[in-house]
Design a protein around this ligand. Structure first.
Ligand SMILES: *Cc1c(COP(=O)(O)O)cnc(C)c1O
Length: 372
C-alpha cells in the first residue's frame, strides 16, 4: 500500500476544513501509548513542547514563554481575555468576522470595558481609525485582533496594528489560531504580548488543547486578575514553571504527544517557510481552478490568506450547498459551509496533510459532480 492508499483506508475523506484537519498517520500513531500526568517523562515532554513553541514564535526566546491550556482554541482566547485585563482596564477589539466578534462577547461576559471597531466582513482591519481612537479614548489598555479571520479567509495586517499599539503603550493580543505555524512571524518583532493558537490548526496536531505565547514581563504582572479558576492563564503558567511541566488539572496527554510529533514533522518539512509555501500553493491551485469552473472567491487576492478560501455560490438556481457537500464527501472530500451574513458562500480549507495533488483531485471531483 502506498501512503495515499493507507490514508484512504484510515480515513474515508480528506478534511478541507479550518481544523480539526487531516493529520498524518504518524501523528495519530503517537497517541498509541498512555502517559502518567505527574511522571517526569511526561513533564519533560511538556517542557520540551513549550520550548519548541517559543522558538517557533520568536528569535528573542528569552523574552517569551508558553502556556498550554486544556480545551479548544476558544478556551485559550478566553483564558487570555479573562486573565490579562485588570478590573480598571479596557479592551479595544478590531473585528471583521465571527472570531473577532467572539472576543467582544467574551469581554462582555466577564464585564470588561470594551470598545469595538467593526470593519464589516470583507474589509481588512486597518490602522486608520486606530490612532484616532487611541488618542481619544485613553482608558484603553489592551488591543486585540484576529490574524487570519477564518470566517472569510481574510489575513489582517497585524504588523501595522502592533506598531501603533506599541507606540501608545497598549498590550497587544493576537488571535493567530489559524495562522501560527503556517506563516512566518516573530512575536517580538510584531510587538505582540499574547499570541494565541491551538494544536489542531497549522501545526497539524489533533484537537484537545491550545497555547499562548506570552511576553514573560507582561504575564508576570497578571497574578490575581483572572475572573475564572480553570482558565487562569497566570496560574496555569506559574504551575507549569514551578512544577516543571505540570498542568493544574488533567492534561490531554495523548494529544500533547501527538502535538510533539506534529512539531517534529513541521521541522522535517523544512519549517514554517516550507509549510507556508505548500499552503500557499494549495490555495493558489484551488482558487485558480475554481475560477476556471466559474466559481468566484469572496475576497480579492491581496486580502486572501493561504489557509481557507470563501467562494460565492455559483449563480444558478440548481445549486445547493448541501448537494455539493454530499457529493464531494462521497468523492472523499469534506468542505465547509460559509459563515457570513452578506452573501451566500461556502469555504474550502487547504491546511493539514493536504498537498497540491489533493487540490487537483478535488477540482476534478467538483467538475465531475457539477449539477448546476
Ligand atoms: C479555530 C479558530 C478559533 C478557535 O476555535 P475553536 O473551535 O474553539 O477551536 C479561534 N479563532 C480563529 C481565528 C480560529 O480559526
Amino acid at each position: 500500500m502506498n501512503q495515499h492508499q493507507q490514508e484512504a483506508t484510515d480515513n474515508p475523506y480528506l478534511l478541507l476544513t479550518p481544523g480539526p484537519l487531516s493529520t498524518s498517520r504518524s501523528v495519530r500513531e503517537a497517541m498509541m501509548r498512555d502517559w502518567c500526568t505527574w511522571d517526569r517523562d511526561y513533564n519533560e515532554l511538556v517542557q520540551s513542547v513549550r520550548q519548541k513553541l517559543v522558538k517557533l514564535a520568536t528569535d528573542q526566546t528569552e523574552d517569551y514563554t508558553t502556556v498550554l491550556m486544556q480545551g479548544s482554541g476558544t478556551f485559550c482566547v478566553e483564558a487570555v481575555i479573562s486573565s490579562v485585563i485588570p478590573a480598571d482596564g479596557k479592551l479595544l477589539v478590531l473585528t471583521n468576522g465571527a472570531y473577532g466578534d467572539r472576543i467582544v462577547k467574551m469581554a462582555q461576559v466577564h464585564q470588561i470595558a470594551t470598545a469595538v471597531v467593526d470593519y464589516g466582513e470583507v474589509s481588512q482591519t486597518s490602522v486608520e481609525p486606530l490612532i484616532r481612537i487611541l488618542e481619544e479614548d485613553t482608558a484603553i489598555t489592551h488591543v486585540a485582533v484576529v490574524h487570519s479571520e477564518t470566517t472569510t479567509g481574510m489575513l489582517n495586517p497585524i504588523r501595522g496594528i502592533g506598531e501603533i499599539a506599541k507606540k501608545y503603550g497598549k498590550v497587544y493580543i493576537v488571535d493567530a489560531m489559524s495562522s501560527f505555524g503556517g506563516i512566518e512571524l516573530d512575536v517580538a518583532e510584531l510587538s505582540i504580548d499574547y499570541l494565541i493558537s491551538s494544536a489542531n490548526k497549522c501545526i497539524q496536531g489533533v484537537p484537545g488543547f491550545g497555547f499562548v505565547i506570552a511576553r514573560t514581563a507582561a504575564l508576570t504582572g497578571c497574578k490575581g486578575i483572572a475572573r475564572t479558576l480553570s482558565l487562569d492563564l497566570y496560574d496555569q503558567w506559574n504551575t507549569m514553571e514551578e512544577e516543571n511541566g505540570k498542568w493544574r488539572y488533567t492534561s490531554p496527554t495523548h494529544v500533547v504527544r501527538a502535538f510533539d510529533q506534529a512539531l517534529t514533522e513541521l521541522l522535517a518539512e523544512g519549517g514554517v517557510v516550507k509549510r507556508y509555501e505548500r499552503y500557499a500553493r494549495n490555495q493558489e491551485i484551488l482558487s485558480d481552478g475554481m475560477e476556471r469552473l466559474g466559481i468566484r472567491t469572496l475576497l480579492p487576492k491581496e486580502f486572501q490568506s493561504p489557509f481557507i478560501t470563501s467562494f460565492y455560490y455559483p449563480e444558478s438556481d440548481a445549486f445547493s450547498f448541501q448537494e455539493l457537500y454530499d457529493r464531494l464527501k462521497q468523492a472523499g472530500f469534506v468542505i465547509y459551509p460559509g459563515k457570513i451574513s452578506q452573501a451566500d458562500t461556502f469555504r474550502i480549507g487547504n491546511i493539514g496533510e493536504v498537498y497540491a495533488e489533493d487540490m487537483e483531485r478535488l477540482l476534478v471531483a467538483i467538475e465531475e459532480n457539477r449539477f448546476w
